[in-house]
Write a protein that binds this ligand. Structure first.
Ligand SMILES: [Fe+2]
Ligand SMILES: [Fe+2]
Length: 241
């Protein structure tokens, strides 16, 4: 596991191809599919009215990572490697009681569950280290890198206090994609608070947070990809003339 990875700007994973690599297909793919099944079972134990469904978030994050990589011209291999490595980023959430996640009230730094929520990246890493012990592969390093650091912030005030220049490009992109997905999920108080969860609304709120939180060199191509997709859905929804 790379501790406090110091990486170059262009460290996109292109040294193997998840779709054809034997270890990826025989070890990592079944592992990820099994973990997502377990995450779905965990979601099923949560209250019926929840809107932030973790196993669905996992798939969307993988898909948006893939689409952003393709939009940036990084190619199919990097795009698929990112799709698969991003999907299991939140599996550590299952190690905690469901009551940690589903609160009626807003959870900020002063809330008793705040600190508990912040350890899910490390709990996920423990699952991987236990279940895939003895396996050494660049995909495992990539998956662990994203899992461990997906809540870091560029200014180094995230859970592990790792500043942006020491986070890999895959991690910096995953942090954007995963935060975006959370920003588009209804929390039930949109009417009262005016929180805009449309794609343009979520992107505007993220852009306002800016470079202290996100790598804006990656944010802008991501935003472009999202808005292109969004416009397609608007065209699709238009009534026939
Ligand atoms: Fe997370
Ligand atoms: Fe997440």
């Amino acid at each position: 596991m790379p501790e406090n990875v110091i990486t170059l700007k262009n460290d996109w994973p292109d040294g193997f191809d998840f779709r054809t690599d034997k270890t990826c297909q025989e070890v990592f793919k079944p592992f990820i599919e099994d973990q997502l099944k377990k995450l779905a079972a965990y979601d099923a134990q949560r209250p019926a009215n929840i809107t932030y469904i973790f196993h669905e978030h996992a798939i969307r994050v993988g898909d948006m990572l893939k689409k952003t990589c393709l939009h940036m011209g990084l190619g199919q291999t990097v795009a698929e490697n990112m799709n698969w490595s991003g999907q299991p980023h939140d599996i550590g959430k299952m190690e905690q009681s469901t009551s940690v996640w589903d609160k009626k009230e807003r959870v900020d730094e002063t809330h008793p569950v705040y600190a508990l929520r912040r350890i899910h990246p490390d709990l996920g890493v423990q699952i991987v280290e236990t279940e895939l012990a003895g396996i050494s592969h660049p995909f495992k390093d990539l998956m662990l890198d994203i899992m461990k650091y997906h809540h870091e912030r560029m200014d180094g005030t995230g859970p592990h206090k790792i500043p942006g220049e020491r986070l890999s490009a895959p991690v910096r992109l995953a942090a954007i994609v995963e935060a975006y997905d959370g920003s588009t999920i209804p929390r039930g108080h949109e009417k009262e608070t005016g929180r805009d969860i449309s794609p343009p609304g979520a992107l505007t709120r993220m852009r306002a947070k800016g470079p202290a939180v996100f790598d804006m060199d990656l944010f802008e191509p991501f935003a472009e990809m999202i808005l292109t997709e969004y416009k397609k859905t608007l065209e699709f929804d238009k009534p026939e003339p």
